[in-house]
Design a protein around this ligand. Structure first.
Ligand code: GLU
Length: 309
């Protein structure tokens, strides 16, 4: 009977293959019934996906600063050194450490420091946006400004040519013999030397050391393995007790600004917050107190005060 009904409902079904339920003998539909449900479900999902995507695309991106505050972590590249970051009796310490820790506290986040092995690596880390920012006595040089963003400066340093006490003191750049001067590769010091070579000292030469930091070069000078290097005045004033043979021969030029560096492609929210923080601590005297605490009251920019150490 049911079969007859089925045939009646499909008059044009002559020759067609029909499926019957082996148990009940019912005619089975041409396609399983869940197909329509599946199609409707997929269409619904697709539609809601399109709606969600268009909402996502039309939304303003969340500013970096907000994301950092949501995550609770500020990722900072730095370098170890007496003027930047070192392990003190009560944990991490140093001028840069104190500044960055103060900034993170202002933002209400914790800091995670990373220590790229060389200065060049550190700068690459920032350029690639692998950290939110970098701080470590970094000079905001004209060349670096082309590939990085910088905060407003919070210190000024002069670059000093250091010679080994007991050897002949160079009195002018022309006194530097080939192979005598070793400087950190990719440093502001190298950039300054390149500029000086272009502007009147074509014979000036130096050995760029990509395997070493300033402290390594000072240590090598102390051991008598090299005779000349360049360091920032901030570094030099703190190193005087450690490296008894290091003495200032010359200053290489005008004071240079020290600032925090930021990746070039991130939005400005973090940098704007950094500038506001630095301006605040400049105005309320905290920056001055930190300088006094970490560098003492000696005028580090005064050539006479630091020429022999
Ligand atoms: N101010 C220097 C620079 O940014 C620091 C170099 C160093 O101490 O390694 O290149």
């Amino acid at each position: 009977m049911r079969r007859a009904d089925a045939r009646r409902q499909s008059p044009g079904a002559v020759g067609e293959t029909r499926l019957y339920d082996s148990q009940s003998g019912d005619v089975m539909p041409d396609r399983p019934p869940y197909n329509r449900v599946t199609v409707m479900l997929a269409a619904g999902l697709l539609l809601s996906g399109i709606v969600a995507l268009s909402q996502l695309l039309s939304r303003e991106p969340v500013p970096l600063l907000t994301r950092i505050q949501q995550d609770g972590v500020l990722l900072v590249a730095t370098r170890e050194g007496p003027s930047t970051y070192h392990e003190g009796a009560q944990g991490p310490d140093g001028f840069e450490y104190a500044l960055i820790a103060g900034f993170a506290k202002r933002l209400g986040v914790e800091v995670r420091f990373i220590f790229p092995p060389t200065l060049d690596d550190l700068l690459t880390t920032v350029t690639r946006g692998e950290v939110h920012m970098a701080g470590g006595g970094l000079t905001a040089t004209p060349t670096r400004r082309q590939r990085l963003r910088f905060s407003s400066p919070y210190d000024l340093v002069t670059e000093q040519l250091i010679y080994r006490r007991g050897s002949q003191r160079p009195r002018a750049l022309g006194d530097i013999a080939a192979g005598d001067l070793h400087v950190v590769g990719g440093s502001s010091h190298e950039e300054t030397l390149s500029r000086l070579r272009r502007r009147g000292y074509p014979a000036l030469s130096w050995v760029p050391r990509y395997d070493a930091g300033v402290a390594d070069l000072l240590a090598a000078l102390e051991r008598g393995e090299l005779r000349l290097t360049v360091v920032d005045s901030s570094e030099a004033s703190l190193s005087r007790r450690i490296y008894k043979h290091a003495a200032v021969a010359l200053e290489l030029g005008e004071p240079q600004p020290i600032a925090w560096a930021f990746p070039p492609h991130q939005d400005a929210s973090l940098r704007v917050a950094a500038d506001a923080y630095l301006m605040d601590i400049e105005e309320n005297g905290r920056l001055q107190r930190l300088r006094a605490r970490y560098f003492g009251h000696s005028d580090r920019l005064n050539y006479g005060a630091t020429r022999e150490f």
